[in-house]
Design a protein around this ligand. Structure first.
Ligand SMILES: Cc1cc2nc3c(=O)[nH]c(=O)nc-3n(C[C@H](O)[C@H](O)[C@H](O)COP(=O)(O)O)c2cc1C
Length: 167
């Protein structure tokens, strides 16, 4: 597995903090972190292994900087690349739109065939989520408001999964 490019958008720094934890969980394996606020399309093109992370805002919205940056993905040839997604949200305050930013990010990807790193919906309590597809989340889901204590374990498990799926 080559170097991983991890691109995230974060308003209050929660997704940024989690991005750092994901990098740490890969241990010696190189993960380059980019805040999409100031990342370039050229940076993204360099990587065959990509991780995208966003928090959830408004009604089905990605984090603001992703909203501005998502068009950078247009025209990129994803053939041979693998993309894993993660999202942050708050299932107690927003149970009808839990981690919708993650769902929207998935919907807006120009090539969904390269997406890997699905995650089980068990262990969360919500009514609706755009990030749920056929009974699974389209990527890792984290809730730093209500299940902070589960974050490290979830990351560890997901990273192990990616180490097998990123081949
Ligand atoms: C105005 C506002 C709207 C939000 N909307 C949602 C939402 O629809 N669904 C959800 O799961 N979380 C929602 N959240 C929670 C954020 O996604 C959560 O706080 C996240 O951890 C923020 O991460 P960040 O600091 O990296 O942006 C909202 C938070 C705020 C302040």
């Amino acid at each position: 597995m080559g170097t991983i490019g991890l691109f995230y958008g974060s308003t209050y720094g929660m997704t940024e903090k989690v991005a750092g934890k994901i990098k740490a969980a890969f241990g010696k394996h190189q993960v380059d972190l980019y805040n999409v606020k100031d990342a370039s399309k050229e940076a993204l093109e360099k990587y065959d292994y990509l991780i995208f992370g966003t928090s959830a805002w408004g009604i089905g919205e990605m984090q603001d900087d992703w909203e501005r940056w998502i068009s950078s993905l247009e025209g990129i040839n994803f053939t041979g690349k693998k993309v894993a997604l993660f999202g942050l949200g708050d299932q107690v305050k927003y149970p009808e739109s839990f981690v919708d930013g993650l769902g929207t990010l998935y919907c807006r990807l120009p090539d969904k065939s390269v997406v890997t790193g699905e995650w089980p919906v068990e262990g969360y309590k919500y009514y609706f989520s755009l990030a749920e597809k056929e009974g699974r989340f389209v990527g890792l889901v984290l809730d730093e408001h209500n299940q902070k204590e589960k974050t490290d374990g979830r990351i560890k498990k997901w990273v192990k999964q990616l180490e097998e799926e990123f081949v």
